[in-house]
Design a protein around this ligand. Structure first.
Ligand SMILES: Cc1ncc(COP(=O)(O)O)c(C=O)c1O
Length: 365
């Protein structure tokens, strides 16, 4: 007798599972540390917690959760379109940016199509490509983690459907210069997906370029600067020709009523956003100054920094930090990241000080 297990698509077999940052609960149990003493700087969340206005909106919505949300979260789409300065016809939503990526895979990726991914980078795009039956074509970034535009362009083929650029990049924190984005977009008919999950912490966004090109999509999210990672609201600015097709295949009701309400409130809370960004800019500088005498610190425009702890191994340093109740991200699971890179989310001033003291001690051992 055959077993249904055999029917799992062959393309799934080669996929490496997404490795999330460690949770506070895991470390509390695993290391016997009280959860109040653990600091979580491993998942690029907002250390200030959510916007109070978003929390209030969630409470106010609680009595209506037995009713479906609007099928396309139109109210939130309008507000997000306003926020990025585009008409609604240029904005699509999903359950996190990951959800937007899934829908785009349904539209464009199938067995036999290629997607170019400069590494190291955020791994979910490659996973989504593989599960749609496509082939991720990994192109290594330069030693300073900038995208090697010539290698990307040489990797293009007739079957390329996407090029995935992340700016600021996770885990390296650097942005892709506008000239490089333009060069890549202009060199192909394939779609460029520019992931700007962290763009609120950078000097400048390239979302405005979507009006100029019919093959550029810019992914954005409410998980980072807007503090709504737990609610899963992502969006993308897309050329208008994509909207109708996207709406045909996206999951209906993907954005819950609670998420819509919290998203609308978070967008209005400009004070929270200002505090969030100030905290990141000051904290990023503090971490960079505090650590640069002890290890290599890469310049970052995101809400995290990446350090190189060689000749030590990132695995050992992150383990030593966990024993002290500090969660950071060992980058070993990122393809082409090697064994000595660590990503650290900018925390509150107190958390940052504790982190710098701890790493300094560990690196001196
Ligand atoms: C570069 C990048 N893109 C996308 C995402 C996913 O965002 P979302 O929470 O909106 O799914 C993340 C999350 O960490 C990320 O680092």
């Amino acid at each position: 007798m055959t077993h249904a297990k055999e029917f799992i698509k062959a393309s799934i077999k080669g996929i490496k599972e997404y490795v999330p940052g460690k949770s506070t609960e895991e470390i509390a149990v695993g290391y016997g540390i009280e959860s109040g003493n653990i600091i979580k700087l491993g998942s690029n969340e907002n250390p200030l917690g959510p916007s109070p206005m978003a929390v209030e909106a969630v409470h106010n919505m609680a009595g209506t959760i037995s009713v479906y949300p609007s099928v396309d979260a139109a109210e939130l789409k309008r507000a997000l379109a306003d926020y990025v300065g585009y008409p609604e016809d240029n904005v699509v939503l999903g359950a996190g940016m990951d959800g937007v990526v899934d829908t785009l895979m349904r539209l464009f990726v199938q067995p036999g199509t290629d997607v170019i991914i400069p590494t190291p980078t955020f791994s979910y795009f490659g996973i989504a490509v593989g599960s749609a039956g496509g082939v991720p074509v990994y192109v290594k970034r330069q030693p300073d983690y900038s995208v090697d535009t010539d290698s990307v362009i040489s990797a293009l083929s007739d079957s390329t459907r996407f090029i995935y650029l992340v700016s600021p990049n996770n885990p390296s924190g650097n942005t892709v210069p506008e000239a490089d984005v333009r060069k890549i977009v202009e060199s192909t008919r394939a779609l460029v997906f520019l992931d700007e999950a962290y763009v609120e912490f950078a000097n400048r966004s390239l979302t405005g370029l979507v009006t100029e090109y019919d093959n550029l999509i810019v992914g954005r999210t409410m998980s980072k600067a807007m503090g709504l990672a737990g609610l899963r609201v992502g969006y993308a600015v897309v050329p208008q020709w994509i909207i109708g097709q996207y709406m045909k295949v996206t999951t209906p009701f993907a954005i819950s009523r609670i998420s819509v309400a919290a998203g609308l409130a978070a967008l209005q809370d400009t004070d929270y956003r200002k505090r969030t960004i100030e905290n990141v800019l000051t904290g990023r500088q503090f971490l960079s100054d505090g650590l640069s005498g002890h290890c290599r610190v890469f310049p970052s425009e995101a809400n995290f920094i990446m350090i190189d702890v060689s000749p030590k191994k990132s695995k050992d340093v992150t383990e030593a930090l966990l024993e002290l109740g500090i969660i950071v991200r060992d980058c070993t699971s990122f393809r082409d990241a090697g064994e000595s890179l660590i990503r650290i989310t900018v925390g509150t001033p107190t958390q940052n000080t504790r982190l710098v003291d701890a790493i300094t001690r560990i690196l001196q051992l």
